[in-house]
Design a protein around this ligand. Sequence first.
Ligand SMILES: Cc1cc2nc3c(=O)[nH]c(=O)nc-3n(C[C@H](O)[C@H](O)[C@H](O)COP(=O)(O)OP(=O)(O)OC[C@H]3O[C@@H](n4cnc5c(N)ncnc54)[C@H](O)[C@@H]3O)c2cc1C
Length: 291
Amino acid sequence: MKPAPFEYHAPTSIADAVTLLARLEDEGCDAKILAGGQSLMPMLAMRVARPDALVDLRRVPGLDHIRLQDGHIAIGAMASKRAAELSELVRERQPLFHAATRLVGHQQIRNRGSVGGSFAHADPASEYPAVALVLDMEMVATGPDGERVIPAAEFFVTYMTTALEPGEILTEVRMPVLPAGTGWAIQEITRRSGDLALAGIALTLRIEAGRCTDARIAAFGIDATAVRLGEAEEALRGAAPNGESFARAGAIAAASLADPMSCIHASAEYRRHLVGTLLERALAEAAARAH
Ligand SMILES: Cc1cc2nc3c(=O)[nH]c(=O)nc-3n(C[C@H](O)[C@H](O)[C@H](O)COP(=O)(O)OP(=O)(O)OC[C@H]3O[C@@H](n4cnc5c(N)ncnc54)[C@H](O)[C@@H]3O)c2cc1C
């Protein structure tokens, strides 16, 4: 199938892009931002999305940085996932985000797909929203009223829906550097290598004086958005970091899921089982990294 007809715009500055989006909205035109096109182009081709206009960000300068800024890592929304994967800063200072990036699709997808596009697309099976919740990331949105910073916990609203207002562009994502000694892990089950996850777990774990002092855990692929697993986090606080407490946390996490998604590839019960098993494995992996 071919996409339905659309107008194509290629602004050359953030200000022009914002003005253009506002004008198109005033004219009642349904405009969509085009970034790497790795999700949007297939949706257009299948006519799942039929926008009146595309606003292509690829000629807008200043949106592809990856830098240490005021103690956190700032990544421009149009930086490619491959650039994040190859960044020494990301690999060394934020290994959880780095590992998550390497799980996204295949290298060809990561060459074209932008970092910001995955957050804006908000696929519940994507690795990035879960990592954003674990790391308390911040999303920078730029619109007609200027810039605003949205915490990850408020950014992902529901299935493929974010807190971005019409006319706003996601321009940057910010993440803390991982504190020294913090364990981390990301585990997922996919049908084929590079596929979106049937279920996955991302987490950080701190261990002090032989006890788990802090665990931040999020699951993806099981609900309309990535979800924090608060009951499992609570159960780990003060527990010895061993197989018994990790198995218990896995069982608590699996039981705490209200209504896991179900599809032809994985039933709700299978997803529930995966969450428990993946959490147990991820905790063991993170504990081995924590010191
Ligand atoms: C075969 C295949 C496998 C994949 N596997 C995975 C996977 O394992 N994990 C995973 O997470 N993803 C996966 N993806 C999706 C891929 O990561 C996309 O790159 C990503 O979802 C979107 O990024 P993009 O830059 O291509 O955005 P686009 O496709 O251009 O846009 C996606 C959506 O986000 C909006 N958008 C994009 N950028 C912005 C912005 N800066 N501000 C506001 N809105 C914006 C667009 O309007 C559109 O609605 C896969 C895709 C394919 C084709």
